[in-house]
Ligand binder design. Sequence first.
Ligand SMILES: [Zn+2]
Length: 87
Amino acid sequence: MNSLSHWRVTARKVIDRVVRQNPGATAGELRKLVSKAYPFGERKHWPYKQWLREVNERLGPPSTTVRPPACGHRKPTFGCRACIQRK
Ligand SMILES: [Zn+2]
C-alpha cells in the first residue's frame, strides 16, 4: 500500500530529525518536540494514526496513562469514531 508507506516514511524522517537535533532530550521532551514538528496538517484520520504509530515505535509508549475511550476499545480501532477522536 503506497499511501501507508508514504505517511510512515515521512513521519519517520521528521521524528528522526528531531531526535538527532536534540541529543540530550528526555523521552518526554522529545515527545513534545516531535509533536510540534507534526508534518501532516490536521491531527486526525489516517495520517495522524500512522504518525502516532511511528512516534510510539521510536519513543516508546506514552508514560501518561491513556484515558479509555467511551466506546470501550482498549486499542484505537480504525473506523470507530470514538477511537479516532482520542488524543
Ligand atoms: Zn472505539
